[in-house]
Ligand binder design. Structure first.
Ligand code: UD1
Length: 365
């Protein structure tokens, strides 16, 4: 079975690495790697390839940034001839980014099977671009791999045939477990002048949080208050950096002696910063999952989540943009009154193995 694996944006690299590694060990599967080029900065892309031990992509579509329509359309137009040339039996996409839906759509229209890893997650918030990508990708997928039970319920409720769905666990956690020993050795905490459990780690990049200057200013105001309690490290996503730099008021709001603004980090340094943090504040999807497995308290800066298992079973709580909730959360964590959670089923580092086993069975049939 010839499979074309697709990646485009930062979280995709972490998810695809264990799948590529497991496929390489299989005698029944042959795989290629296509990078759409949605993310292209060294720290957002190449560094991850190096640290995750990913092979150089066989094809790079180099689409770069643009509006949603421009980016999605450019990926589709450039991906079609690749599928034409390589003639795979299946295209495998991960997550919920524009590259995911763009390549899935090209494949299904060319009669090529679509495999979706991390299917079925739903925030029920259709203003989120990722929610649209998830809904549409799942509708046109032939094989759907899920990370949790609620994803199965979501898919079945949307009319997806139960036989297409496979509960295999979480490939992001495969990566975390694999590189954790290397991350342990990172000196990033000392390099930034911090001490273990003595700081908060923040990430913020969702359009709904950063695109409107008033919302971003409100956030930065709350963070300044949190930063009076403990240092806050803020590796800043390019989208957020652009927003802050475009306004003198936002630049001033972000400037605080206890807020450490730094460039986006590679996976090893970031993992080490999460492991040693007293708490994490984030609007990312993957980080809610990683902190759950690391048992680090996580304040999720969103009104909803497509990953409710991280709240029900893990260490995360939804605090949205609510200043009082955020600051109360910080206090509760500092007082040691936070849940330690449990690790969700199959988040055990073996999801990619299970995926390959299912695909080998399909290949044999
Ligand atoms: C994308 C995903 C989001 C994911 C995030 C992880 C979609 C719809 N969104 O959001 O789900 O959580 O990646 O980071 O696919 N930029 C750079 N250098 C880069 C990449 C981006 O400077 O290497 C800047 C560009 O100005 C670009 C902006 O960041 O316009 C946004 O990038 P884009 O890929 O459109 O979406 P993300 O916000 O990164």
């Amino acid at each position: 079975m010839k499979i074309l694996n697709v990646v485009g944006a930062r979280p995709n690299f972490v998810k695809i690495a264990p799948i590529v590694a497991a496929m390489r060990k299989s005698r029944r599967l042959r795989s290629w790697l296509v990078h759409t080029g949605q993310h292209y900065d060294h720290n957002m892309s190449k560094l991850f390839f190096e640290e995750m031990g990913l092979p150089r992509p066989d094809v790079n579509l180099e689409v770069g940034s643009g509006s949603h329509a421009q980016q999605t359309a450019a990926i589709m137009a450039r991906f079609e001839p690749v599928v034409e040339r390589l003639r795979p039996d299946a295209v495998l996409v991960v997550g919920d980014v524009n590259s995911t839906i763009a390549c899935a759509l090209v494949a299904v229209k060319m009669g090529v099977r679509v495999i979706h890893v991390e299917a079925g997650l739903r925030s029920r918030d259709r203003t989120m671009p990722e929610e649209i990508n998830r809904l549409l990708t799942d509708q046109i997928s032939d094989i759907l791999f899920v990370t949790c039970n609620d994803a199965i319920d979501n898919l079945v409720a949307e009319g997806i045939d139960r036989r297409k769905i496979h509960f295999v666990g979480n490939v992001m956690i495969d990566s975390l477990k694999r590189v954790r020993p290397l991350a342990e050795k990172s000196d990033v905490v000392g390099r930034l002048g911090l001490s273990p459990r003595g700081y908060a780690l923040l990430t913020l990049h969702r359009p709904s949080n950063v695109d409107r200057p008033a919302d971003l200013r409100h956030f930065l105001g709350t963070l300044r208050e949190a930063a009076s309690r403990l240092p806050v490290v803020f590796p800043i996503h390019p989208r957020t950096r652009t927003r802050i730099e475009s306004s003198p008021a936002l630049r001033r709001a972000a400037c605080h002696p206890n807020i450490l603004l730094i460039e986006p980090l590679g996976y090893l340094d970031f993992l080490k910063l999460m492991m040693d943090a007293r708490l994490v504040l984030t609007d990312s999807g993957g980080i809610q999952e990683e902190t759950t497995v690391l048992r680090v308290p996580c304040l999720t800066l969103r009104e909803n989540t497509e990953r409710p298992v991280t709240v029900a079973e893990g260490t995360s709580e939804l605090v949205g943009r609510d200043r009082a909730k955020i600051l109360a959360g910080v206090e509760r964590i500092l007082a040691g009154k936070w849940k330690s959670g449990k690790i969700p089923k199959y988040w055990d580092g073996r999801a990619a193995e299970r995926i390959v086993r299912v695909l080998e069975t399909v290949a044999k049939a």
